[in-house]
Design a protein around this ligand. Structure first.
Ligand code: PMP
Ligand code: GLN
Length: 382
């Protein structure tokens, strides 16, 4: 028989899977895929066992367990001053990945244009394209990767349905300011353009900076989906629990997709997170210092290397320019790095539609001190 032509011709195996496989094959130190090599808080882990043995083993409500949605409403209000109704405006999803896919599927139609910024997280474009939309990719430039709002204004057409933001930004570590959000809000004021704000690293910001959430922006909130992930916040990426905040009308559309994509998310995990959020309400305030200590340690250890470190304001990623070591494209450099130093990085060219001629790779510093020290020791010798 003839199988149908692929609906996603540009999609192959993600760079994260490729690099994790190479790391395992070469027994290399893995600073590639973004996940911590340490566990989340013990009380959170223990709470899952408690809920499983207490019988919380059947389907959760489609939109998420009420206690978790209420805990999120309370958190968002305390951190950003944005008020979301737990019943109608907060939906628990299978990680941020499902929230992003469901939000895009809920609003993007054939012929729609979606503006996003390169380098862009790899899940956005396939979600747009499988729904018949096209992406308009605007490039952020090294070393600061700031948005050029005039370029955004110029890119808006009658077909623009959605703009995707990501702050703190993976892979560059840059953040959006209040002024950025105000500029966007003014630009969109007389339009029906929607915003999808990927804020999975909302609690990983450095040097005393405050995360500027679209959830706390009065003018943007009414047109926005705001997505986050407990995986990043509580070091539990494998649990795949995330959420989406959106006004009731947008949440209703998102839930139509969520209802048939996953229907509901693991009950004991949701209950455990809800308990932990109630018991440790200030956790999100403490996380920046935890990760800043790791960023500073990694940067200090790398200071004597021939890598040039780019500024990182948030996320648990550090970009480095390697041109003083080897002048080859980044994918080739990553392969060389595995073979010659036994360390795995992520090439950033894969996050661009048209990769610029830079020599930059991404390291993940969400690792224990011993791993960071061992990796840096290998890297400074290059
Ligand atoms: N968005 C960004 C920017 C990410 O880095 C990630 C990484 N995991 C995700 C979304 C997906 O989050 P989750 O693992 O909760 O699906
Ligand atoms: N967000 C993670 C990263 O950027 C990867 C998640 C995944 O493997 N899809 O490394």
């Amino acid at each position: 028989m003839n199988y149908p032509e692929t609906k996603l011709p540009k999609v192959g195996t993600t760079i994260f899977t490729q690099m994790s496989q190479l790391a395992a094959q070469h027994n290399a130190l893995d600073l590639s895929q973004g996940f911590p090599d340490f566990d989340g808080p013990t009380a959170l882990l223990d709470a899952v066992g408690h809920h499983i043995s207490s019988g919380a083993n059947q389907y959760a409500p489609m939109a998420g367990v009420p206690a978790l949605r209420e805990a999120i409403a309370e958190k968002v209000s305390r951190f950003y001053g944005g008020h979301y109704c737990a019943e109608r405006e907060i939906t628990i999803t299978s990680g941020a990945t499902e929230a992003l896919f469901a939000a895009i599927s809920a609003v993007v139609r054939t012929g729609d244009e979606v503006i996003m910024f390169d380098p862009a997280y790899d899940s956005y474009e396939p979600a747009v394209e499988i729904n018949g939309g096209t992406t308009v990719r605007l490039q952020l430039s090294a070393p600061h990767f700031k948005v050029d709002w005039q370029a955004v204004r110029d890119a808006i057409t009658a077909k623009t349905r959605l703009i995707i933001l990501n702050s703190p930004h993976n892979p560059t570590g840059t953040t959006l300011t209040q002024h950025d959000l105000d500029t966007l809000a003014d630009m969109l004021a007389d339009t029906d353009i929607l915003v999808l704000s990927d804020e999975v690293y909302e609690h990983i910001v450095f040097d005393g900076e405050q995360h500027q959430s679209v959830a706390g922006h009065e003018a943007l909130r009414e047109r926005s989906f705001v997505v986050s992930s407990f995986g990043k916040t509580y070091h539990i990426t494998g649990w795949k629990v995330g959420y989406c905040l959106a006004p009731a009308a947008l949440s209703a559309e998102l839930r139509k997709v969520h209802q048939y994509l996953t229907f509901a998310i693991s009950t004991p995990m949701q209950l455990a997170i809800a308990d932990y959020m109630a018991d440790a309400p200030n956790y999100g305030f403490e996380l920046p210092a935890f990760y800043q200590q790791k960023r500073d340690l990694f940067c200090r250890l790398m200071a004597s290397s021939r890598f040039e470190l780019l500024p990182t304001q948030g996320t648990y990623f550090q970009l480095v320019d390697y041109r003083a070591i080897k002048d080859v494209p980044d994918i080739e450099f990553c392969q060389w790095l595995i073979e010659h130093a036994g360390v795995v990085a992520i090439p950033i060219s894969v996050f661009y539609q048209t990769p610029p001629d830079t020599r930059i790779v991404r390291f993940c510093f969400a690792k224990g001190e011993a791993t960071l020290k061992a990796a840096a020791e290998r890297l400074v010798n290059l």
